[in-house]
Write a protein of this length. Structure first.
Lengths: 398, 460
């Protein structure tokens, strides 16, 4: 009993002593907290995500393709969703090396090495070269012409390419470009995928079917471009023309020239929160005697342009496409859009007019940055049904 | 007396001693209340420079809610609900009149770099074109240029807002307008440029030209810039608006609970400073009374008053966060035919003035670009405190701050001052009326009548 009482007494005395050390002023109270924190000597290193993001910022941010990252798309229309690894290295002089590979859900494959020279002529001249290999095991071919039956044939195409090109911007709105590439095509004959009863297409007349041409492809372009961003545009105009010359190196009969012309206008309304876009694109080809344009290099519509129709649905020697779009601001970096596409392909240049256009309508949502379109998710409808489009580039010209 | 009785006496004595000691719960008032200065008692010499990820800071604040989940009364206040002076804040406006001269002067008597050659030591990071220079007196300045096509925009904003925030009590660098020509800029002896690989190489004249290429040049060939005086002490990086700095023992109040940071919402709304984030702050390690202390500064005000530093501010800034579900959901199906209010504002166009106006300004609805942990926890007593400070700035003082922006168009100067005065008045109307406006209690002396002598802020 006595021992118990002594212990209790000791505890009470200790407690009273501790109470006596309690701060008597506000300053002491604050000093006590500060002393306590100093004694804890706590550290709080950045967490995993913050560390990774910090490393990304130190490497130059999202706009610089440095180090390892994931690349989406960029194989060929009709590949379906594709992704793969990529590696970029930005050199101290501003040169960039970019290596990437991609694989799609439809077994398309691609590998590419790009070398970009340091900015030249005070940044006005950009020069780059690339080596690219691409394998598309199943591509669609529909009979040529706008009124062709929806009879799908398949073929495969493997392409190897070594190319170089330069773009010169002498003044802000003017752009001139040129380049040359060595392109090797390896294609299979078109074969009927699922023969419907009415199919009566004669495969003998498919120009270039099963051909494996090798080209020296040279091109030159000129453009007036006042758009406020190439990857995401709210205002400005684009007028451009590109002349291609495909000179066959491994035989005769498949050399041709092609001209692509584009006119686009972006009209901002309500300070750019609404944007009306109208675009007109025409492509035409020319051959000398004894040559034809291989079907896989003909102007084509469908997929990402005439969006209510399948990829490669229409192809022929010449094409015309009109697009109108109304886009509205939903949220920073998110837009909604409704659109109308109309186009045709013809075998004669004189038939390139606005009669008999195939049309489609649709709506979609776009996720974008200040100057890039990251993802387009669209639903389009035409006489041939509904389509879901998943894109990684803007609708207009690049 | 038995042994038992002896123990009983010891116990009673102990109980008596304990009862004489202070009560166990902390007292509501101490004898030094209300404190006017929060003293930093510990040495912070171990504080290290740290980088804060801008991406992480934006993402965590846009899509998360960092900091304490509860919103209680601010913790950095004294017993009369005022913010004591500290390494964060120094009471100026509201405790004494801020004169027009004092406002024009700014933080100190420095008037910017001396004329003559400026030695360039490095290129600045960040969105705006900038360099670090040393003038002929050996003083260091951070020089930021106006963006091309927008003369006077960023520099005026920084010169004006720096002065206003200093008057309101924050630690800021002295910032003055400077006019310079290319010939003045000379590469310093140890000047280097950071390369993409992380290595550094000696600076070349073309590096300076590259900076000036994205700066506005006046027809006479000169460049106008804001020159911010180097802050004293060792830079330690920015502070976050939540939690405390782990390596600063004196930083014991979570930042989201600091009255001066919660109240910053009001001041930021006033000047439309939508970018008050960790990266626009700077802690420095200074020496005071033989101890190392961390001082917390707000920096980079060239993106206020309708400027974005690199051009005009987005129209959305000040009205919606970068990511906000409600307005987006309403806009999705409306085909854009229900424009948000901020889309329809027409801003007056004056040289040096950004997208800034007062008629459509609604203080309570103002938003920074990214939610700020301290702002989202601000309570009526926090905004009331800030509104009182703001209302203490006179029209003359505000006009004087605007004068420091050295706008060449007098109409621009008048417009900006008037807009600031009107926005201040709107803030007073919005936030002074949210709580009991009785402040500054003072006890009458024995010779006067007995009782308290409070002051009604709302009537002032």
């Amino acid at each position: 009993m006595r021992r118990n009482l002594s212990c209790v007494a000791l505890l009470v005395l200790l407690a009273s002593s501790a109470a006596a050390q309690r701060p008597e002023t506000r300053a002491e109270e604050l000093a006590f907290k500060q002393k306590e924190k100093a004694a804890r000597n706590e550290g709080s290193p950045p967490n995993f995500f913050e560390k990774r993001l910090l490393a990304l910022e130190r490497a130059g941010g999202l706009g610089v393709s440095s180090g390892w990252f994931v690349t989406f798309g960029d194989i060929k229309s009709g590949s379906g969703l594709a992704l793969g690894p990529a590696y970029g290295k930005l050199f101290d002089n501003g040169a960039l090396v970019h290596l990437k590979g991609a694989y799609s859900i439809r077994n398309f494959k691609m590998a590419q090495l790009t070398l970009q020279a340091p900015p030249l002529v005070s940044g006005r001249l950009a020069v780059n070269g690339r080596v690219r290999w691409q394998d598309a095991p199943t591509l669609a071919f529909y009979p040529t012409g706008t009124n062709s039956p929806k009879t799908r044939f398949d073929f495969s195409e493997t392409t190897s390419e070594v190319s170089g090109r330069a773009i010169f911007r002498p003044i802000p709105f003017a752009r001139f470009g040129g380049g040359v590439s060595y392109e090797d095509f390896d294609t299979t004959h078109v074969t009927l995928k699922s023969p419907p009863a009415e199919a009566s297409f004669d495969l003998v007349f498919v120009p270039g079917s099963g051909a494996d041409p090798t080209y020296v492809h040279s091109h030159a372009s000129a453009a007036f471009d006042s758009r406020d961003g190439l990857g995401y545009t709210r205002r400005g105009s684009l007028l451009s023309a590109t002349l291609h010359d495909y000179h066959q190196r491994n035989g005769d009969g498949l050399s041709f020239q092609r001209v692509d012309a584009t006119a686009e206008q972006y009209l901002p309304i309500l300070h750019g929160n609404w944007v009306i876009y109208v675009g007109l694109r025409a492509s035409t080809t020319n051959t000398s005697d004894g040559n034809v344009v291989p079907f896989f290099l003909m102007p084509q519509l469908g997929g990402n342009d005439l969006r209510g129709f399948s990829s490669y649905r229409f192809r022929d020697r010449h094409s015309l496409l009109f697009t109108a779009e109304y886009r509205w601001y939903v949220q920073e970096f998110v837009d909604m859009a409704i659109f109308y596409d109309a186009g045709k392909v013809t075998s004669q240049r004189s038939q390139l007019d606005f009669d008999g256009l195939k049309s489609s309508v649709g709506a979609g949502i776009r996720f974008h940055g200040p100057e890039t379109t990251a993802v387009r998710l669209e639903v389009a409808h035409s006489r041939e049904g509904w389509r879901l489009i998943f894109g990684f580039s803007p609708v207009g010209g690049r | 007396m038995t042994r038992l009785t002896g123990s009983m006496i010891v116990l009673l004595a102990a109980v008596a001693a304990a009862s004489a000691a202070p009560v166990k719960t902390a007292p509501k008032f101490y004898r030094d209340d209300p404190v006017v200065r929060a003293i930093e008692t510990q040495d912070a010499a171990k504080a290290q420079e740290r980088d804060i990820s801008a991406y992480y800071d934006a993402l965590i604040n846009l899509f998360g809610r960092p900091g304490a989940q509860t919103v209680d009364r601010a913790e950095s206040v004294n017993t009369i609900d005022e913010v004591p002076d500290s390494s964060w804040f120094t009471n100026r406006a509201g405790v004494r009149p801020v004169t027009a001269d004092e406002m024009l002067r700014g933080v100190n008597d420095d008037t910017g770099p001396a004329s003559g050659k400026w030695l360039v030591s490095r290129k600045a990071g960040g969105a705006s074109a900038g360099i670090t220079i040393e003038d002929e007196r050996g003083k260091t300045y951070f020089v930021k240029f106006d963006p091309p096509g927008h003369p006077e925009l960023g520099s005026a904003s920084e010169a004006i807002v720096t002065r206003l925030f200093h008057a309101l009590g924050y630690h800021v660098p002295q910032a003055n307008i400077a006019i310079l020509r290319r010939e003045q800029l000379v590469i310093g002896p140890n000047a280097t440029v950071r390369l993409p690989s992380g290595r550094r190489r000696p600076m070349r004249p073309s590096d300076i030209d590259e900076v000036l290429k994205v700066a506005h040049q006046d027809p006479d060939g000169s460049y106008r810039a804001i020159a911010s005086e180097g802050l004293p002490g060792k830079p330690l990086g920015g502070f976050k608006y939540e939690g405390t700095r782990p390596d600063d023992p004196n930083d014991v109040v979570s930042h989201e609970h600091r009255r001066e940071l919660r109240g910053l919402r009001v001041f930021s709304a006033w000047v439309n400073h939508t970018d008050a984030k960790a990266l626009n702050s700077l802690d420095t390690l200074i020496s005071e009374n033989g101890r190392s202390l961390v001082r917390h500064h707000l920096i980079d005000f060239n993106a206020a008053l309708g400027s974005a530093g690199i051009g005009l501010r987005d129209r959305r800034d000040g009205y919606e966060y970068l990511y906000e579900v409600g307005p987006s959901m309403r806009a999705l199906p409306a085909f854009g035919f229900r424009p948000r209010a901020w889309m329809t504002i027409d801003y007056p166009e004056f040289r040096g003035v950004g997208r800034f106006e007062s008629t459509r300004f609604v203080p309570e609805e103002w938003r920074p670009r990214v939610p700020n942990p301290a702002y989202v926890r601000s309570r009526p007593d926090d905004t009331f405190w800030a509104a009182r400070k703001l209302m203490a700035l006179s029209d003359d003082a505000i006009r004087s701050a605007v004068k420091a922006g050295r706008l060449t168009d007098t109409r621009a100067e008048q417009f900006l001052a008037q807009a600031l005065i009107e926005r201040r008045n709107k803030i007073g109307g919005a936030w002074l009326t949210k709580v009991n406006p009785v402040v500054d209690p003072a006890q009458r002396t024995a010779r006067s009548r007995s009782g308290m002598l409070p002051c009604n802020t709302a009537l002032r």
